[in-house]
Design a protein around this ligand. Structure first.
Ligand SMILES: C[S@@+](CC[C@H](N)C(=O)[O-])C[C@H]1O[C@@H](n2cnc3c(N)ncnc32)[C@H](O)[C@@H]1O
Length: 382
């Protein structure tokens, strides 16, 4: 694989001082500009490059734009990152999820030093460095391990050592916690990840750990599910909890408890009918009734067609707070629980009208950090 070393310090400087496309085009060469434009929300970086008399557009620029737009879209706090190939850009953990995982480990296991076993381009490594003063990142691919070095040099908060090599050969006993995000590709089975999860767990032993497994794996005790923007983003096995934990990254809610019997915890089953699991992480973890209790809401389903969660207070979406809007449609199928389509989007108040137009047939539920606001706020349907 070809490793392209761009001048990351120049890119970073130009981006931080002059984040306008015209400045980027006048100060960076075409490959660097192709990367930098991906981070400033330019609709079409290639057109922008073509229009600039200083730059030619070669296939490498096009490839770099593709790679970096993917990475930039996953970075919550705006920062340029080195990424050598499209696959690494796809595998890269989005920043809020990486931070939630690192915080989960640090809250439950504490400690000062962390090992990130399959570092990729280092999104999880960077998140770990927010909570751990000493982090070691191991990555077997030379181009990616170079990317981790560049990225951590630019952005890490604590000390990060990067090791190029096989993570299974590292002595994990020297660390307080271990994180591993093995390549999953399309694997449904933890034995088919790279490296295989059982081998990773075997190498880790008793050290507190959080190890990602394929999303297809059924959740049971000792697992944590992280969701973000309406989708399950990480399913992990861990030894820092005995139960099942669902973390709704958007709201910061962490829900823990034993897998429930669907009707347990509900006082009047005739009235409630079914419990609608609002968030995909909670659905996957089967913990929705705990979420409802946590939020002080009544888990409810109308007569099986569509539903919203109901909150006794909170009549308004806070004006200046970007609410997470969850759009749901639920319908009953035979004897089982209702089927649910759920779309989560971070949205400001002004965008609600657009959302209404697009999802007019759905109920809308606002999940804000202070609670759940019912869909009637946006008026009648249709
Ligand atoms: C899913 S990616 C990790 C992505 C990373 N968490 C990030 O946010 O960028 C998995 C990485 O594990 C690396 N890998 C696979 N087997 C490995 C091994 N035995 N030792 C070290 N790294 C390995 C792959 O090269 C790949 O970059």
């Amino acid at each position: 694989m070809r490793t392209l070393v761009l001048n990351w310090n120049d890119i970073k400087e130009v981006l931080s001082e002059n984040p306008r496309p015209e400045d980027i085009l006048s100060e960076l060469d075409s490959k660097e500009a192709a990367v930098a434009l991906s981070y400033v929300g330019v609709e079409n970086p290639i057109d922008e490059l073509k229009m600039s008399p200083r730059h030619s557009v070669d296939p490498l620029c096009v490839a770099l734009v593709e790679i970096h737009r993917k990475v930039a879209g996953k970075v919550f706090e705006w920062k340029p990152l080195a990424c050598p190939d499209v696959k690494a850009a796809s595998e890269f953990t989005r920043e809020p999820v990486a931070l939630a995982k690192a915080e989960f480990l640090s809250d439950r296991a504490g400690g000062k030093s962390a090992l990130d076993m399959c570092a990729g381009i280092g999104a999880d490594t960077l998140a770990l460095s927010r909570f751990y003063g000493e982090v070691t990142a191991v990555e077997k691919d030379p181009a990616r391990s170079r990317a981790v070095s560049i990225n951590t040099e630019m952005h890490s908060e604590g000390r990060v050592d990067v090791v190029e090599g096989n993570a299974l050969g590292v002595d994990v006993s020297a660390y307080d916690v271990v994180h591993a995000d093995p390549s999953r590709g399309r694997a449904k089975d933890p034995e088919r990840t790279e490296p295989p999860v059982p081998e990773i767990l075997n190498a880790i032993g008793d050290v507190p750990y959080l190890v990602e497994v394929p999303h297809a794996v059924d959740v049971r005790e000792g697992m944590a599910v992280f969701s973000h923007s309406g989708g399950v983003k990480a399913v992990c096995v861990t030894n820092v909890t005995d139960g099942v934990v669902a973390t709704v990254v958007d709201t910061g809610f962490e829900i823990e408890g034993p897998p429930r019997c669907p009707r347990g915890g509900v006082r009047d089953v005739r009235e409630v009918g079914w419990i609608l699991e609002q968030d995909p992480a909670v659905r996957k973890s089967k913990l929705s009734w705990l979420l409802a209790r946590e939020l002080g809401v009544r888990p409810t389903v109308s007569d099986g067609v569509e539903t919203v969660m109901w909150a006794p207070s909170g009549e308004e979406v806070p004006k200046d707070h970007p609410a997470l809007v969850r759009v749901v449609k639920a319908w009953e199928k035979g004897e089982g629980p209702p089927s649910v389509i759920s779309v989560g989007v971070k949205i400001g108040r002004d965008q609600i009208r657009t959302l209404r137009r697009r999802y007019g047939v759905y109920d809308v539920v606002y999940v804000t950090p202070s609670g759940v606001v019912p869909g009637r706020l946006v008026g009648g349907r249709g």
